[in-house]
Write a protein that binds this ligand. Structure first.
Ligand SMILES: NC(=O)c1ccc[n+]([C@@H]2O[C@H](COP(=O)([O-])OP(=O)(O)OC[C@H]3O[C@@H](n4cnc5c(N)ncnc54)[C@H](OP(=O)(O)O)[C@@H]3O)[C@@H](O)[C@H]2O)c1
Length: 289
């Protein structure tokens, strides 16, 4: 039995669809959900639902009963994530799960130097807990989701004509979330991936200057890119009453990009997908074309 956590999330849902498309019988898939109401589509597919929460160790032990393979989708509540992930790894060990696939994040500089260390630290700890548990594993170090580009550059970019982010000329090798999910399904249904750490990146990396040029080409409208100092950027957003949490996230990811943390040249994803990943250019055409 394969159990997918985060099954009601954007990534988990696509993994399950891919598993079914690859011929995995729905009665061999279990979805871990927090809220049954959010999982009616999974139930209709014939997938067993088990209720569990990363905060509740006993719920995880109950949910993991009889599971051989676990796709552990990292939690989305950053402040509680360390304890939550500890619970998942400990429960997997206690439940004698054979194999864990974990969604981590691209890492190409030491955590202590990272502009997004508040996210990276829990990923690194979780990777180590999994390795130390003795359970076979595959760590998927996912790149940033390409799907988030419109949110980063601003939903009104075509009205303002400006992309303003403190990312300098740093690049990102971002990948469509669906393709990262497809890669996970491929790994769960094929052999040769045990005890491997895969960095899943696109074949090309783009800066926000590149993105501005691409959108200009697509729309025929001039879009420029400006990289303000982080303080200037924060003050600009505060003037527009953007919530602090959101400002922190946008600033931290931009600074990580400026430092080169979001860029990696690696063809592992292409190998796992069996084709070249969807490009940012294709994505921008789908959004702005
Ligand atoms: N690589 C990237 O650029 C990137 C970007 C964003 C996020 N991520 C990471 O990748 C993960 C998956 O992405 P996504 O787009 O699918 O995110 P998402 O749509 O927010 O889904 C997160 C999933 O995790 C579940 N979850 C959250 N906290 C939980 C808890 N305490 N116990 C049990 N389940 C819990 C959520 O359940 P509910 O449906 O009940 O909320 C949801 O199913 C995220 O959680 C985050 O760690 C990566």
């Amino acid at each position: 039995m394969i159990l997918i956590t985060g099954a009601t999330g954007e990534y988990g849902k696509v993994v399950i669809n891919n598993l079914v498309e690859k011929g995995v019988n729905t009665n061999e898939i279990i979805a871990l959900v927090r809220d049954l109401k959010k999982a009616s589509d999974l139930k209709e597919k014939g997938i067993e639902l088990r209720v569990g929460n990363y905060n509740d160790y006993d719920s995880l032990l109950t949910a993991f009963y009889g599971v051989d393979k676990l796709l552990f989708v990292s939690g989305s509540e950053v402040e509680n994530r360390e304890q939550q992930h500890r619970n998942v790894v400990n429960a997997a060990k206690e439940s004698n799960i054979d194999y864990v696939v974990y969604t981590s994040f691209l890492q190409n500089i030491p955590v202590q130097d990272s502009a997004i260390s508040f996210l990276q630290a829990s990923h690194m700890k979780t990777e180590n807990w999994i390795k130390e548990s003795g359970i076979s594993y595959t760590i998927l170090r996912n790149s940033t989701y390409m799907d988030m580009i419109p949110m980063f550059i601003g939903e009104s970019v075509l009205q303002t004509g400006i992309i303003s982010l403190p990312a300098g000329e740093g690049k990102s090798s971002s990948v469509l979330r669906e393709e990262l999910a497809e890669a996970a399904a491929n790994i769960l249904t094929s052999s040769g991936h045990k005890n491997k750490v895969y960095s899943l990146a696109n074949n090309e990396s783009l800066s926000y200057s590149d993105i501005a040029k691409e959108i200009s080409n697509i729309t025929g409208q001039e879009i420029s890119y400006h990289s303000p100092a982080p303080d200037e950027f924060t003050n600009q957003l505060k003037k527009y009453n953007v919530p602090d949490e959101y400002i922190h996230l946008l600033t931290a990811f931009s600074l990580a990009q400026a430092k080169g943390e979001l860029e990696l040249k690696d063809l592992t994803l292409e190998k796992i997908l069996g084709r070249k990943p969807y490009t940012v250019k294709e994505f921008l055409v789908s959004i702005y074309g």
